[in-house]
Every structure is written in C-alpha cells, then in structure tokens.
Design a protein around this ligand. Structure first.
Ligand SMILES: Nc1ncnc2c1ncn2[C@@H]1O[C@H](COP(=O)(O)OP(=O)(O)O)[C@@H](O)[C@H]1O
Ligand SMILES: Nc1ncnc2c1ncn2[C@H]1C[C@H](O)[C@@H](COP(=O)(O)O)O1
Length: 222
C-alpha cells in the first residue's frame, strides 16, 4: 500500500503550500508530490520577465508583476482543474493579494487606482463560487533567522540585494495573514519539525497529518 492510500488521501486532492519567501515551499512541494504520486504546480521564477526588474525598482514594476503572477496562477489553476486534481501547488494565489500586492500598495509602491484595479480583477477571477479552492493549505512557518539563512543559502541574486527589512516585514505580514485566512482548511507545519534534507523518512509523518486533517475538515467535497 502506498502512502497516499495508507493515509486515505484522495487521489484528486489539491494541496497548496504557503509561506514566506525561502521558507521551503518548493522543496516540500517536490517531496510531497513524489511521495503521493501527485503532479506539481510551481512558480516559474527563472522565466518571469518582471521579477529582476521588480527587485531593482519596486515602484516601477509592482503592478506589472502582480498582473503577471495573477495570470500565471490562474492558468495553473485551470490546468489543475483540467487534470481533475491530484496536485501539490507551490504557493497559493491568496498570498499574491493578501501579502505581496497589499504590502507594496501600503508601502507606496503601487498607487491606489492600480491597486483597486488589481483587486477587482483578483476578486472577479478568484473569490467566486466558480473558483475551486484547494482542499488544504499547508502553511510553513519558521523563524526569521532560519528563513534569512535559507534565502542566503539559495542565493538568488536579486533576493541577496534586497534589504533584510523587506524580508522582516514580509515575515510579520505572513503571521498576521494566516491568523485570519479562511478560504480553505489550513495545516500549520513548523520547519523545525521535519528534516527533508537529512532524513527521507520525515515525509511520512507529514502525510499522516495531511490525511488526518483532510478527514477532519468538512470542506472536502470532491
Ligand atoms: N526542510 C529543509 N531543510 C533544510 N533546508 C531546506 C529545507 N527546505 C528547503 N531548504 C532550503 O532552503 C532554501 C529555500 O527553499 P525553497 O524550497 O526554494 O523555498 P521557497 O520555495 O519557499 O522559496 C533552499 O536552499 C532549500 O534547499
Ligand atoms: N505576488 C508576488 N509579488 C511579488 N513578488 C512575488 C510574488 N510572488 C512571488 N514573488 C517573488 C518572491 C520570490 O523572490 C520569488 C519566488 O517566490 P518563492 O517564495 O521563493 O517561491 O517570487
């Protein structure tokens, strides 16, 4: 019996991984998809035409980047729907608006008209009964110090040049955001409670928790 069957995880489940930059979303996305034999939906960082420009000049490129991410995530959502689920998704669409767009608007990097325009597009696309919400959002939480050392270790150039205050603010915003998030069930996972690099067996307890959580939540209606 495989791990998916062992822990009663439906083969059409859609699980999205949320958390601040560098916390370990992509790594756990791969590990969970491998263990459950699910497909993955990743953010494409290398082919993003705005990301480098955005980090060099937030005010100039914030709106463009948000529209780009919204379109990319919506296309991914459509792909997941067309396959009929069975996906692990690296970052949720909710973080784009709840964390990034909001933060850049409040910091003055996006003007009010652009922000309202973006939000109305987001609401029309996402916050409707027609948009399938994930069955579970796994929120990865870790200390700011651990996250900063992971960002450093990964070494994406544009992130190294970004002031630590940016990551600190994002880290704080994530904590506030997750406390009021209710678009789908949430499982919180502390990054110190598993070790995907050092111990390949550490994925099984996570899958066990996912199985329990999915069974407990009444939202699972596929
Ligand atoms: N469980 C883990 N233990 C140790 N290092 C990790 C773990 N998960 C991720 N990392 C490392 O942290 C860095 C950021 O991870 P990544 O998965 O790319 O984060 P995210 O997708 O959230 O930005 C990478 O260098 C990765 O190898
Ligand atoms: N919506 C977004 N706005 C601004 N920047 C974003 C958004 N979504 C992702 N990003 C950035 C943050 C990182 O530099 C890369 C990839 O994110 P990661 O958390 O490492 O997967 O894109």
């Amino acid at each position: 019996m495989n791990l998916r069957e062992k822990y009663n995880i439906p083969n059409n489940a859609v699980i999205t991984i949320a958390g601040t930059v560098g916390v370990g979303k992509s790594t756990i996305t791969t590990a969970l998809a491998d263990a459950l034999n699910f497909r993955t939906s990743f953010e494409k960082v290398d082919s993003n035409p705005y990301l480098d420009k955005f980090y060099a000049d937030f005010a100039r490129w914030s709106f463009h980047l948000q529209i780009y991410f919204l379109a990319e995530r919506f296309k991914e959502q459509k792909r997941i729907f067309e396959y009929g689920g069975g996906f692990i998704q690296d970052r949720s669409i909710y973080e784009d608006t709840g964390i990034f767009a909001k933060m850049h608007y409040e910091k003055g990097n996006m003007d009010q008209i652009d922000y309202e325009n973006y939000k109305s597009l987001f609401d029309a696309m996402v916050m409707t009964p027609y948009f399938p919400h994930p069955d579970l959002l796994i929120y990865l939480e870790g200390s700011l110090d651990d996250v900063l050392s992971r960002i450093k270790e990964r070494g994406r150039p544009m992130e190294q040049q970004t002031p630590i205050s940016y990551w600190e603010e994002m880290h704080g915003r994530y904590e506030t955001w997750i406390d009021q998030f209710n678009a789908c069930p949430v499982l919180r996972l502390n990054i110190n409670d598993y070790d995907l690099m050092g111990n390949e067996n550490s994925i099984e307890p996570i899958i066990e928790r996912i199985g329990h959580h999915l069974q407990q939540t009444k939202h699972f209606q596929r």
